[in-house]
Design a protein. Structure first.
Length: 490
């Protein structure tokens, strides 16, 4: 169903209920934080308190509701994967509360682009960082203005510059906050490198100083504004420090897939990868090759290459339950020769569900765990189905030999399904060449299309064509032939 710009079929009713509940909860939390702050600072409040509190309550719900609308209209992904939306809203609530309480130290201490710098680490889209930062900046500006009204200008007196200078300063800080929030996501290129946040913090500081200097130039009360110059340095440091603390906490609390976490998950020192390398070395090497193919294919069709690489690393971890039952880990002895084909099929197909459970136990995110359960789709395990037919005269039901997982629901799971079968089939070839590999890939892809394996994952025929060509271009570098050494010489 579509209402205006909103595609309701992109997320479920339950997603929307959770996102709305999070919006209301965060709004209430922010209003409560304001009330506690007013209680703590104990400033005398004027008769305008009810007007201010009502304005604050309505404005908080309007701004936070605006973020919900933004996500519903142009960021269906973060509503469908609600934990992202809840994480982003929580960031807004945390940074807002941080600004609120920092202002007790100095009513004008606003850390520029703090929200943007946290959200850019959690989101794939630059626009999220800008929009969430903009809303948070607006709320901080409104609350500080309301605070000034409620305390009958107490803050103006506190600063000693009078109402006009206070408004100029507040305006300048808000412009810097919003402006830096727009620039930071564009400047930050490699998000996995933490050092880049320090560089960006430095640039924000220089930009803040430049904007502030311009305001001083045009403002009459130069001395007043000049005495708060140092706050720009402090607030830029606060931005970097707080963003480096809040982001990893949010990534972990909401189990988000971010560039820095993908870099961690693909590090060979990860416990699950080390276990795979030690206990199932054949599977480990197979996974590395699938990852190389999958990364290139994902990049070629505009999907996330880092997510494809990480998902490929972990797609077969379920084989850890019985490593020796998988061909790539055998050296001569094959335990399947001694058991019935239906038992063999059961052991083989369990690697998808076992993998999913193992990845969940190791707290890997759903996006990666789903690939473990989907990469074999619902295909039959032909070798044991054929063996079963040979052993009996009666009818053998092919469904008893199928994988029990699901067909790929994402393009990345579809890519890994193709790369997985291609890697195994090319490896089994004697002297693979471009023409034979092309023929093989066409038959693998056509077979999966006719068996409905790509029906849920939106891989188009054009995507499948690009994936096939990418693997053909890449296989030579992976399965290259070596010059044979003369016997007895190395
Ligand atoms: Fe597999
Ligand atoms: Fe595999």
């Amino acid at each position: 169903m579509k209402i205006g710009f909103i595609n309701l079929h992109k997320f479920t009713k339950s997603n929307l209920v959770k996102a709305t509940a999070a919006t209301v909860l965060c709004s209430l939390l922010m209003i409560l934080a304001c009330l506690i702050k007013y209680y703590i600072i104990g400033k005398p409040v004027s008769s305008g308190i009810w007007f201010c509190m009502l304005t604050l309550t309505i404005a908080t719900f309007v701004f936070m509701g605006g973020l919900l609308m933004y996500a519903m209209v142009s960021r269906n992904y973060i509503i469908a994967h609600t934990r992202y939306f809840v994480a982003f809203l929580s960031v807004v609530a945390i940074t807002f509360i941080a600004h609120l309480y920092l202002s007790i130290i100095s009513p004008l201490l606003i850390a520029p682009a703090l929200t943007a710098l946290v959200i850019i680490q959690l989101s794939r889209r630059k626009q999220d960082a800008f929009i969430f930062n903009l809303m948070e900046a607006m709320m901080v500006l409104l609350v500080l203005l309301l605070e000034a009204i409620m305390t009958d200008g107490e803050v103006y007196m506190l600063l000693g510059g009078g109402r006009n200078a206070y408004l100029w300063y507040l305006g300048a800080m808000s412009v810097i906050n919003v402006g830096a929030g727009a620039v930071v996501p564009v400047m930050l290129r490699d998000k996995a490198k933490r050092i880049n946040y320090l560089i960006v913090g430095g640039i924000v500081m220089v930009a803040s100083v430049a904007v502030y200097a311009l305001i001083i130039l045009v403002h009459a009360n130069k001395l007043f504004l000049l005495q708060y110059f140092w706050l720009l340095f402090v607030s830029s440091v606060i931005t970097v420090v707080l963003s480096l603390i809040i982001s990893p906490v949010m990534e972990s609390a909401f189990n988000l897939v971010t560039e820095s976490r993908l870099a961690e998950w693909t590090n060979s020192s990860q416990p699950l990868l080390r276990k795979l390398a030690l206990e199932a070395p054949g599977t480990y090497n197979h996974s590395l090759t699938v990852a190389n193919f999958a990364e290139m294919c994902a990049s070629a069709i505009g999907e996330d290459p880092y997510l494809a690489r990480a998902a490929a690393y972990y797609h077969d971890v379920g084989k850890l339950a019985n490593p020796s039952f998988f061909a790539e880990n055998q050296s001569g002895y094959n335990p399947h020769d001694e058991i019935l084909p239906e038992v063999s099929a059961e052991i083989i197909r369990n690697h998808t569900t076992d993998g999913y459970k193992l990845l969940k136990a190791y707290r890997l995110p759903e996006e990666i765990a789903r690939v473990a359960i989907e990469h074999q789709g619902t295909l039959p395990i032909t070798v044991f189905y054929e063996r079963a037919k040979q052993l009996t005269d009666s009818e053998v039901n092919v469904d008893d030999y199928r994988y029990h997982g699901e067909t790929p629901t994402t393009k990345i799971a579809g890519i890994i399904m193709i790369c997985d079968s291609s890697e195994a089939a090319i490896r089994a070839m004697d002297k693979p060449d471009g023409e034979r590999v092309d023929k093989l890939l066409r038959s693998i892809i056509n077979d999966r299309i006719t068996k409905g394996q790509f029906d849920k994952c939106k891989l188009s025929l054009h995507d499948l064509d690009i994936i096939r060509k990418t693997i053909i271009n890449a296989f030579g570098g992976v399965f290259h032939q070596r010059v044979k050494y003369p016997e007895g010489k190395v």
